[in-house]
Ligand binder design. Structure first.
Ligand code: AVI
Length: 342
């Protein structure tokens, strides 16, 4: 048995500690900035996903009222072979967010029948990566290389590891793009394009417009799972930033913004109350009825997607739309860069 490298282990532990101090500071700043916004207070939706929030989100995906994840998976299960036919081998796969592995399995299986595949799930959470690796471990000729990084850093890393001739397929599933403001979404898609070479591909999942009644039920389910997911953000701030939010003094509230074509998720203060967040050195008083905006979930029209592709350096090669829950899987190919004028 070889001797462990204690110096390396110590250095790893120290850098992990430094990272968590940095991450806590960034969290404290984001909370302070969001809660001091004039007009509408906000909290960034990114922070909904700690261990508890991730488990609650997994429960949301099983709710009968929330059809989004099932539609995404149905499309991948039914059309994985048609999707990969657009991508000549050899293909390597990177996924932004490691998810549960449930949906990705269909694509990886289809590819693995054709060629050995390397799959890079990219996620900041080591436990999410571990779960994904475990869920997909049975896939024979698929090598899984988890990258504990932000999406774009991870993608840059994958791009630098690719061998000549390999085509990169990037997966951005589950309509996570819908949680970005529309201009920020296009900016992010453009950043993805900058990590790719012409002919690489992006498979983008987008939730589509549907009846307002269905959308309100999907984000305000009668069992209260989405309410718990939303309220957990305050509980997380209490746990990690030494704050004193009283959760029962807040109510989950969901609105549909017709003009922006999005669900907006809020936490409504049921009474006038003062909250202190010690790690952010911040106190604020909320009025009765005032809300904190925690999440935006944009909905798309299938015909607007090719334009988004074009504006961000891609060509929309194909689309698949679910018949039960309006949702589209969009396969984009990275377009050659526009020629520059001499
Ligand atoms: C992760 N994301 C695509 C979900 C959505 O539908 O926008 C997050 C969610 N929030 C409440 N329910 C689901």
């Amino acid at each position: 048995m070889s001797t462990p490298d204690f110096d390396a282990l110590r250095a790893d532990r120290l850098s992990a500690q430094a990272l968590s101090v940095q991450a806590r500071l960034a969290f404290a700043h984001a909370v302070r900035d969001g809660l001091s916004k004039p007009g509408q207070r906000e909290l960034p939706s990114l922070y909904l996903y700690d261990e508890v929030g991730t488990a609650l989100f997994e429960a949301i995906t099983l709710l009968p009222e929330y059809g989004l994840t099932r539609a995404d998976e149905r499309l991948l299960r039914r059309h994985a072979h048609a999707m990969i036919e657009h991508l000549p081998p050899p293909v390597i796969v990177a996924e932004l967010g490691s998810g549960s592995g449930r949906k990705t399995r269909w694509l990886l299986e289809a590819l693995a029948r054709r060629e050995p595949v390397v799959y890079y799930p990219i996620d900041l959470s080591p436990s999410a990566l571990a779960k994904c690796e475990q869920a997909l471990s049975g896939l024979g000729t698929v090598s899984i290389v988890g990258l504990e990084k932000s999406y774009l850093e991870g993608l840059d890393d994958v791009a630098s590891r690719r061998r000549s001739g390999q085509r990169l397929l990037v997966l951005f599933l589950g309509s996570t793009i819908g949680n970005f403001e529309r201009p920020a979404a296009e900016h992010f898609l453009h950043e993805i394009r900058r990590c790719l070479m012409a002919g690489d591909a992006l498979l983008l999942g987008t939730d589509l417009e549907k009846s307002v009644a269905d959308l309100l039920l999907a984000y305000d389910d009668p069992a209260g799972v989405t309410a718990a997911f939303n309220l957990n953000l305050l509980a997380r701030i209490n746990r990690e930033l030494d704050a004193d939010f009283v959760l029962r003094n807040f109510a989950h509230e969901v609105r549909y913004n017709d003009h922006e074509r999005r669900i907006e998720v809020h936490l409504r203060s049921k009474q006038r109350q003062t909250v202190t967040i010690r790690a952010a050195d911040f106190t604020c008083t909320l009025r009765e009825g005032e809300t904190i905006w925690t999440e935006a979930c944009h909905k798309y029209r299938v015909e607007e997607i090719p334009g988004m592709a074009q504006r961000t350096g891609f060509v929309c090669e194909a689309q698949w739309v679910d018949g039960e829950w309006p949702f589209a899987e969009n396969l984009w190919l990275a377009a050659p860069p526009a020629p520059t004028n001499p």
